[in-house]
Design a protein around this ligand. Structure first.
Ligand code: GDP
Ligand code: MG
Length: 198
């Protein structure tokens, strides 16, 4: 439980906005531990693999998007979830390969949920204030759709523990991840905080 790991990828817009350090800072100060990090330029096939790692992603994202249009009283571009996801995936491939990205693995108790909480919801227009997406970026599905591009929301964060496992395996070799102790682990995880007072 204490060793849960999750994948974060600073997307090309995050790198171009000079927010790599700020994003790292948000996770680092939470108490999570950085287990691995690298900068790379991804290719379209790799990005497709990343987004389709969950075999249900196409259906779920398609259905979610259709519902999003309906909730706003708008007509979705298609009634077929897979067709919608095809368009989104195309835009994501263009966007995610447009420049360098920074991939990292964060470790700690409830890492997946904590990182999602600090990241904020997918659409910056409605991401909470105080989250990375809520604080540092303005964009909306509406604008992204008009401009026929992916939404610019600075970073990716694994959605579930299962996705995190698969995504980390895709992005990192075993030897690129480091097991080590942080001095602060004691304060975060030890049952008895003894040995502080002299
Ligand atoms: P995330 O985990 O918060 O990034 O969101 P998802 O895993 O649901 O979606 C992955 C990516 O697909 C997002 O970062 C968006 O770029 C895109 N996406 C997801 N849902 C929608 C949507 O309803 N409309 C549009 N235009 N793009 C979407
Ligand atoms: Mg996701």
């Amino acid at each position: 439980m204490k060793k849960e790991r999750t994948l974060v990828v600073v997307k090309p817009d995050g790198v171009q906005r000079s927010l790599i350090g700020e994003i790292i800072k948000r996770f680092e100060r939470s108490g999570l531990k950085l287990a691995g990090m690298k900068m790379m330029v991804a290719d379209p096939a790799f990005i497709e693999k990343h987004y389709t790692i969950d075999p249900e992603w196409r259906r779920i994202t398609g259905e979610k998007t259709i519902k999003g249009y309906r909730d706003k009283g708008q007509t979705p571009p298609s009634e077929d979830p897979h067709e919608i996801t095809g368009i989104i995936l195309g835009h994501l491939k263009t966007f995610m390969t447009s420049g360098p990205v920074v991939a990292m693995v964060w470790e700690g108790v409830h890492a997946v949920k904590i990182v999602r909480k600090l990241t904020g919801s997918t659409e910056p227009l409605s991401s909470d204030v105080g989250t990375i997406r809520g604080d540092y970026v303005i964009d909306s599905y509406q604008l992204a759709d008009i401009d026929k591009r992916a939404i610019r929301n600075l970073l990716h964060a694994s959605g579930t523990v299962d996705d995190a496992h698969k995504e980390i395996e895709l992005w990192f070799k075993k030897e690129e991840l480091i097991d080590y102790k942080l001095v602060q682990d004691k304060v975060l995880y030890d049952v008895n905080l003894d040995g502080i007072l002299e």
